[in-house]
Design a protein around this ligand. Sequence first.
Ligand SMILES: [Zn+2]
Length: 460
Amino acid sequence: MADLLRFTALKAYDLLTGRHLLARLQELNRTQWLDREELLTLQRKKLHGLLAYAYRYVPYYQRLFDQVNFKPDDVLADLTALHKLPVLTKAIIRENFDDMLTTEGKRRAQMEKLTTGGSTGRPLIFMQDSNFRDYVTADIHRHLGWAGWKLGQPHAYIWGASFEVGRWQVLRVKLMDWVLNRFLTTAYVLSEEGMSAFAAQVRRRRPRILFGYPSSLYHFAEFVREHGMDDIKFEAIFGSAEVLYPAQRQFIEEVFAGKMFNRYGSRELGGIACECEAHTALHASIENVYIEILRELEGNEPTQPGETGHIVVTNLNNYGMPFIRYSIEDMGAWSSRESCPCGRELPLMELIQGRRIDMFKTRDGRDVWGGFASPLFGMEGVKQFQVVQKSLDLVVARIVKEGELDQARLDTIERTVKVALGDHVRVEFEFPDEIPILDSGKYRYVISEISENRRDQGVS
Ligand SMILES: [Zn+2]
């Protein structure tokens, strides 16, 4: 009865809001069984549609395509025609933000602004239309289906909650939580108290599936083990948006007595790939993304299966602000496996490398995910930042300035740190000319020297 009610509510939700969540889910559940040829044909058709739209409605691409003499129709004959277009970087997006938005009024009206919580020193601001968001949610639910989940069954998330959510958005999210039968605890502050409350909720609602960042899942698993909560089990655990380390996986699977599904995705692109029930590698969602893995970002030389390279993604659904050949700053490889026992012919990718988020410690024993900094730090005057926890009482905020950075903004930063870590914490500012890049080619935007030392000593 409740299931039918939820199904009806989801239909009503789609009707009321003009969204197409249910239709998209059904579509992805169907296309995942197409054979490889059919999938590639579908993908090329969607790619062509996006390129044609971008050329018609998006000033940045109009200019770029003309400059390099690229015609959207070129990809119909030869996909490598796409190589004429340079790789899209975060810097290019920032410089051309307004020109990258569609000029089509109808679509502009349904755009939502978002910020990445990514591991680079400066979050990216971008916009997404509702068609894109429908596909993102539908893709998550398709992947849950690979673990046996059905629409309406309870499932739990340990996930970041945005600070920027308005009242109407909160209501909508609440409605969706009920309709989809999902519940969430925030990953920003995983206190003992928060984890106890979450554990109680899990006991009450008995979700079969848990979804979260690997670091948060690992943390919750440690908590469950420490407190001897032997009844907290999940059949399937999805780790997403962070690297899943083999040791984490093993521990999480052991504690929860379930199988882990490694998933790869990002806020700006949605789901990119996910493990299926055969757990061979990650199936790429090629109905939603066109993926290239390149030896160098400058050249257009693709890697061989098994060879790690730079991942470059074109999202096929976000017409509102198209990301064409976007460098997501992750490394990965095509799998050397040709096929998967599950029978799906979505191409297989190997483990993604290169992202890591640190946990901060507090004096009262909480672990706080460093991502607390990201939504607020997309601010004017801040070119790059790095927040370093020196001790339980001292945090250093390194900021590379861009123009003027007034005191009010510095106060906001200080408040954010205190809210997350405690009022007694002292915040010191440093203003270097640059923040060095790691060997992996990335910035670390949060560093907890306490956590680092703990790891060195093998304590964590
Ligand atoms: Zn498979």
